[in-house]
Every structure is written in C-alpha cells, then in structure tokens.
Design a protein around this ligand. Structure first.
Ligand SMILES: C[S@@+](CC[C@H](N)C(=O)[O-])C[C@H]1O[C@@H](n2cnc3c(N)ncnc32)[C@H](O)[C@@H]1O
Length: 208
C-alpha cells in the first residue's frame, strides 16, 4: 500500500474527519499519560504527523517516522515551524527507530499495516528510555476485514484483539499495560456506513 500513501499524502490533512479523529486520540493520550515533562517523542507511521501535531504544545522534540517519502515530505512541511521537530523516512518493518531514546512513543492507525508487529514492538522497546511510555492507537479486531475491503492491495492486519496486542507489548518487555477506548471511526463499506472501534494501548518501559 506504500504507493497509495504516496499518492494521498499531499491531501491527507484535507479530510476533517481525520483531523477530528486525531484530536480524539490525542485526548485519550492526555487522559492516560502524564505529559507535563514535555517528553522527547517519536510517532510511528506518522503520515503527516496529525496525532503528534494535536499534542504539539505538550511535547518536547519530536520525530515523525514513516515509510512513505511523500508522507515524510508533507510532514516536514507541516512541522517546519516547530523547533526540534523532524520527519524521517524509515521502514519500521525491518529497521530500528531512528533517534531516541524516546520518553514517549505514539502511533495512530499505522501498526496494522506491518506484518510483524511483535518485532516492531521489540524495536520500540529498545528505543524507549527506561521509565518511558508508549501510547499506541489502532483498530480493534475487524474479523470480516470490512475496514480495508475497498483497498485491493491491503495485506496487513484486520485490526487487533486487545489481548494479542497486550501480550506482544509484555513480551517486548513493557509493563503496566492498559487499554482505553479512543473513539470510533465511521466508514462507508459497500454503500453502508459501518463503525470501527479504536483502542489506545498504554505501557511503560520499566526503570531496570
Ligand atoms: C492509515 S495511515 C495513518 C497515518 C497517520 N498515523 C494518521 O493517522 O493520520 C498509515 C501510515 O503508516 C505508514 N506505514 C505503513 N507501513 C509502514 C512501515 N512499514 N514503516 C513505516 N510507516 C509505515 C504509511 O506510510 C502511512 O503514512
């Protein structure tokens, strides 16, 4: 789907529903994670950085990571005025996170595009500072694959069960894993409106 994300990058932020959803996920992060120390942050599969930008006044230096060169270009333009912010091209499927250590790693609707999520979470753990947190939002289990049914080349996960996702976080080394509802996403599927749940998984890298 990488080509698809390249083609939609320049107009990604024009969809008001996407902007509103990012604000809702940002609110869920605020409610679950202390941000008073302006954490050094990475956003995974950031696209144009809508999620991190919704939290901009509370975050410290922030790195937006994405595999799509056009998304990275759009993100770079969007954060040009934010001191300490940058956007970096990286394929998280097989590369470590650039930069770090991070005291906060966030993500929204990106990890379901990557086959080996457990492997990504191990690399996220390695890039998270002791005591640092992750706050990862993604699709709840979508067993019939309706969410991506109109994406011919989609080969990712049809959402996640919270139980599996939590297990992967704990296996990567994270502790204090909690799940929160982070809103619902409406989408037209074959002419009918469907709703899909979004979870926010929060966890902490232990100090030792
Ligand atoms: C559905 S979009 C979400 C973008 C953004 N998080 C948002 O909510 O607006 C998924 C994003 O994940 C990125 N992505 C997919 N696979 C990736 C990978 N292996 N490594 C890094 N980014 C990836 C895509 O390029 C795309 O920008």
């Amino acid at each position: 789907m990488q080509d698809y994300f390249d083609t939609v990058a320049a107009t990604w932020d024009d969809d008001p529903a996407r902007v509103k959803r990012s604000r809702r996920v940002a609110d869920a992060i605020r409610a679950a994670v202390p941000l008073d120390d302006r954490p050094v942050t990475a956003e995974l599969g950031a696209g144009t950085g809508l999620l991190a930008r919704s939290l901009a006044s509370e975050l410290g230096p922030t790195t937006l990571l994405d595999a799509s060169p056009e998304m990275v270009a759009a993100a770079s333009r969007a954060v040009a005025g934010l001191e300490g912010w940058s956007a970096v091209a990286v394929d998280l499927a097989d590369a470590p996170l650039s930069g770090g250590p991070y005291s906060l790693v966030i993500s929204q609707l990106a990890l379901h595009h990557i086959a080996d999520v457990a492997g990504v979470l191990v690399r996220v753990f390695e890039a998270t500072a002791p005591g640092g947190r992750v706050a990862l939002a993604d699709l709840d289990d979508d067993p019939d694959g309706a969410f991506h049914s109109n994406h011919e080349h989609f080969d990712g996960h049809n959402g996640f069960s919270r139980e599996h996702f939590g297990r992967w976080l704990r296996e990567a080394g994270f502790a204090d894993v909690t799940f929160h509802d982070a809103g619902r996403l409406k989408k037209d599927v074959d002419g009918a409106e469907r709703e899909f749940g979004i979870f926010l998984a929060v966890a902490r890298r232990p100090l030792a």
